[in-house]
Design a protein around this ligand. Structure first.
Ligand SMILES: *Cc1c(COP(=O)(O)O)cnc(C)c1O
Length: 226
């Protein structure tokens, strides 16, 4: 068996075990295989082994790979999106995990409308102000979500966060609890959303215990990045 396939099976086992531990159905959790810096041949190997959602961080890098690999799999954008790249993002991706400002939302909507399509988005929340460069501050999430609700070409699916890096995965837990609480608050404010994109190679079990519906896993599938 190839190394990527072995890694993938191990990740899927870990997802299942974490879900069962807290009484969740493992099928509620979708795996985004994060393929930044990974070449197309190895991505194809992962697809052959069963990966169906790929996560990319950089538009130009993703564009080449998506042209080569195609759209039978779903491509999600998880990096920082610049407004001058929005028109490409609309064409390339089924979901943007990292929407973090009203101007960016408006630009996405404008370009989606021009392209006569709609795109799924999540709001990236910055829960660790000093450590994270990107993401909307918690206080601004509600107004951003309300704005997105009024943009006809965007579907607001949920919230995403990326805690600072800790050696101990347990240290991420407060961030994941906070993201889930914020989602519950949105739902009470009549902003329906279902997804929580949280958890990476080193801490996705904790994220699943706290309600993740998407985990974004790179290293544990593809090995260390160069
Ligand atoms: C790179 C990246 C990941 C995956 O990180 P790993 O530690 O390799 O699993 C997840 N989310 C985002 C936003 C990333 O940039």
């Amino acid at each position: 068996m190839s190394e990527i396939k072995e890694n993938l099976l191990r990740v899927m086992e870990r997802i299942e075990k974490a879900a069962r531990k807290v009484g969740r159905d493992p099928n509620e959790i979708k795996l985004v295989a994060v393929s930044k810096t990974v070449e197309a041949a190895r991505i194809k190997e992962a697809i052959g082994a069963g990966v169906s959602i790929l996560g990319e961080n950089y538009i130009q890098e993703a564009q080449k790979k998506i042209e080569e690999i195609g759209r039978l799999v779903s491509w999600h954008f998880i990096g920082h999106l610049q407004s001058n790249k929005v028109k490409y993002a609309i064409r390339l991706f089924d979901m943007i995990h990292s929407l973090d400002s009203i101007p960016l939302a408006e630009e996405l909507n404008r370009r989606a409308e021009q392209a006569n399509q709609a795109i799924k988005v999540m709001i990236e929340v910055n829960l660790s102000k000093e450590a994270a460069k990107f993401g909307a501050d918690e206080e601004r999430v509600l107004s951003l979500a309300r704005r997105i609700q009024n943009l006809n070409h965007l579907f607001l699916e949920g919230l995403m966060t990326m805690p600072p890096y800790f050696d101990s995965p347990e240290m991420s837990r407060p961030y994941y609890i906070a993201l889930r609480a914020l989602k519950e608050r949105m739902v009470k404010e009549r902003i329906p959303m279902k997804d929580l994109s949280m958890g990476m190679s080193n801490d996705f079990e904790i994220a699943i215990e706290e309600g993740a519906t998407y985990v974004r896993v790179g290293t544990a599938i593809f090995g260390p990045r160069k």
